[in-house]
Design a protein around this ligand. Structure first.
Ligand SMILES: [Zn+2]
Length: 136
């Protein structure tokens, strides 16, 4: 995934905010991105001639910088959600979140396209009885 952090503003002006929220549809506690998405289901937002991931834009604008080497994990398991409260920076090498995501309800629907790593991570956790449903 390309890194655009240095080029994504951490402050959005009023016009940009309005444009951003025009694409957001509240869905339970989630802010569902109701516009362009990439192949992985993440919302993308055209900004300053680039198309950064919408949830990263939201996090940078409303929470702050993402720590070096971290990526944002969707606590709610919805890739299209851009609610900063549902995003948590996790170290890249921690793939527990990926395993957890692999077993989410949403992932079950995507199961046919899951990678071998996701399948084996899910299988290991299920075998160990360690799968717990995420809270949000
Ligand atoms: Zn959410």
């Amino acid at each position: 995934m390309p890194r655009h952090d240095s080029t994504v503003p951490t402050h959005l002006d009023t016009t940009t905010l309005a444009r951003f929220f025009a694409k957001v549809r509240p869905d339970g506690g989630c802010w569902r991105w109701d516009a362009a998405r990439n192949a992985r289901g993440y919302g993308v937002f055209r900004l300053a001639g680039r198309t950064p991931l919408a949830h990263r834009v939201a996090y940078l604008a409303f929470v702050g910088p993402i720590p070096e080497g971290h990526e944002l994990d969707h606590r709610c398991e919805s890739p299209s959600c851009v609610n900063p409260a549902h995003l948590q920076p996790v170290p890249h090498h921690v793939n527990l979140s990926r395993a957890r995501r692999a077993m989410s309800a949403g992932a079950k629907r995507r199961w046919s396209t899951a990678s071998p790593e996701e399948r084996s991570a899910r299988g290991r956790l299920m075998a160990a009885g360690r799968w717990r449903k995420p809270k949000c």
